[in-house]
Design a protein around this ligand. Sequence first.
Ligand SMILES: [Mg+2]
Length: 348
Amino acid sequence: MLEDKNPQRTSLEELGEFGLIEHLTQNFELQRPSSLKGIGDDAAVLDFDNKKIVVSTDMLVEGVHFDLSYMPLKHLGYKSVIVNLSDIYAMNAMATQVTVSIAVSNRFPLEALEEFYAGVATACKLYKVDLVGGDTTSSNKGMIISVTAIGMGNEHEITYRSGANPNDLLVVTGDLGGAYLGLQVLEREKEVFKVNPNSQPDLEPYSYLVERQLKPEARKDVVELLKKLEVKPTAMIDISDGLSSEIMHLCKHSEVGCNLFEDKIPLDPTVISTTEEFKMDATMIALSGGEDYELLFTIDQKDFDKIKGNPNLTVIGHMTEKTAGAHLITRANTKIAITAQGWNSFKG
Ligand SMILES: [Mg+2]
């Protein structure tokens, strides 16, 4: 849980609630002109001039969304911010502020929370967002994290799930399936460790996958890239649950169908080799794996030349009339209906 092997343990009670927040947030400096007042009053004050405001919130629960036996707290702090920023970028907006609230048992020492906030601070710095509020409270079960992300954009740039049209191209960023396989690798090592606590896991061959799971990135760069290329997506969503369920969301909200081509789905070589090792199907993992935090969007065909050849962007299909439905066209050229079997947090 803690990176230091001989950690100091300061009890949370020593600081009290207000002292704790002050202690954990004292080194956060405001970076955004829109953050007029951050932490330190009853509420933050933000000023966005004439921009539209985008807000998204997410909750992470120990044992459901993360496992502290292999998730270092610093990574957890980082990831908690990243998954929320991803939702702001999925609106084609720029993330500007976050609030972070946590509930922990008082068995957590102060040093553990400092690790968590070090991860929050790294994400804030890298993505240029300000921490402007939050709360800490006690939990008598597991750790609970709630992050709210705030962003802004011009009205004509904000992109909804609902704008896709038949014949639009379906585009995905990066590659898929890595985060889910990283989780499988970590779960396997955890089981090995339970049987033999002296075993030294060799995660090196899986480093890309483990990083995708423990330290994901949000595609701020893609929002900036699209602006530079002068491409306004017609619809957009981030891939938190798996490609198939995100495609279903776009189809439903835009009232269109879709043809997705199996041979176009971008996969890292490690994803292909590890699915072979685990006797899994790489396409299936990309479709339902989840947690990749890539962006999935549609563009008008006339914009194809602007994105063509960009290594960050892959055209994986096109939208159709709603009546045609949503289908995967396999390598063998058979047509299979796509179902929303994306990763489900309520699944046992
Ligand atoms: Mg989302």
